[in-house]
Design a protein around this ligand. Structure first.
Ligand SMILES: [Zn+2]
Ligand SMILES: [Zn+2]
Length: 322
């Protein structure tokens, strides 16, 4: 029997509309003239509102851009935050932490990373490891010594312009080394103006919530009731235990429903499997995962190569269908 991972996450696809749950689309990483972004905070917000987003964080470097400093439509959710940059005492580059739902500024560049994490968590906020691929973060060296991080930015639009947009290898490495499940964000890290079509409106995180509030969005992100995307939608993921006569191995079957896809990868703590229908696209897939895997996360690849990333699922406690 595989050892169950810690850090249990929600399955957002089990949160039902008839219980009042709905999905919101948002970006949790953006910059304005309060740091090194081109547009003003109001222009940045107006851009995301016009693109049909439901929530946004103006996560300027070093200092909080206050949500009261901009005017959002009634239904729009502003998450207050900042990108903080503590020193990295473990040898890697200076850290980039996307810090959500924070209220007190701190001089993060003069603080060790664990102090920043503790101070943000102490305010009721959460700390996310931003674009580790772009920052050349080594998980074993730079992240394993830290405690209390909420999760990882698996995709970052501006880092993609430098060829280092996706950090899924860091995510898998981290979860495998700690045997702990972490949720992901997919963010733009928007710096440019809309007119540059560079780093805006290309990565987003979907959250499943019961109310339009910053508290609900942040809670959903931390609990894993979310997925990241650069295009595809994930409608449902269901897992069930299956038996093979005479075989005691733990075998789990997955059904994924999504927008049009060319491939679905189920990435495990070790190895993984891929579902394809050669020469065809599909919107539903049922397939068997690798025996005795501890966890799986799903990557849905659309016809144009755009991707969606589910959060990881613990496979060790999946029950047989009654
Ligand atoms: Zn950064
Ligand atoms: Zn940034």
């Amino acid at each position: 029997m595989a050892t169950a991972p810690t850090g249990q996450l929600a399955n957002p696809f089990e949160l039902q509309a008839d219980e009042g749950y709905f999905w919101l689309k948002g970006n949790l990483h953006s910059h304005t003239t309060n740091s090194d972004g081109r547009p003003s905070p109001q222009q940045r917000l107006d851009g995301y509102v016009a693109q049909g987003y439901d929530y946004l964080c103006l996560s300027d470097h070093y200092n909080i851009t206050r949500v009261e400093s901009v005017e959002a439509p009634d239904e729009f959710v502003l998450v207050q935050g900042a990108e903080l940059h503590p020193d990295n005492p473990f040898g890697g580059q200076r850290h980039h932490f996307v810090c959500l739902n924070i209220h007190e500024d701190m001089d993060s560049t003069k603080m060790p990373p664990q102090h920043v994490i503790d101070k943000v968590n102490g305010q009721g906020g959460s700390v996310w490891l931003a674009h580790p691929h772009w920052s050349s973060i080594n998980i074993m060296r730079d992240a394993l010594p830290l405690h209390g991080l909420a999760g990882i930015e698996v995709h970052n639009t501006i880092c993609r312009t430098y060829g280092r947009g996706e950090s899924s290898v860091h995510w898998d490495d981290w979860m495998e080394l700690e045997n702990k499940l972490y949720p992901c964000l997919a963010n733009d890290d928007a710096h440019a103006l809309d007119s540059e079509s560079k780093d805006t409106y290309q990565s987003w995180t979907m959250v499943c919530v019961k109310e339009r509030s910053a508290a609900a969005v942040c809670e959903a992100l931390k609990s894993g009731a979310s997925y990241g995307s650069t295009g595809p939608r994930i409608h449902d993921i269901q897992l069930r235990r299956v038996d093979r006569p005479g075989d005691e191995s733990q075998l789990v079957e997955a059904t994924v429903r999504c927008s049009e896809a060319q491939r679905i990868a189920a990435v495990h703590d070790q190895v993984g499997v891929e579902y394809r229908e050669p020469g065809k696209t599909f919107e539903s897939a049922t397939f068997t995962l690798r025996a005795n895997a501890r966890w799986a996360r799903f990557e849905v690849v659309g016809p144009d190569g755009a991707k969606a990333w589910s959060n990881p699922f613990d496979l060790t406690g999946i029950e047989r269908d009654a």
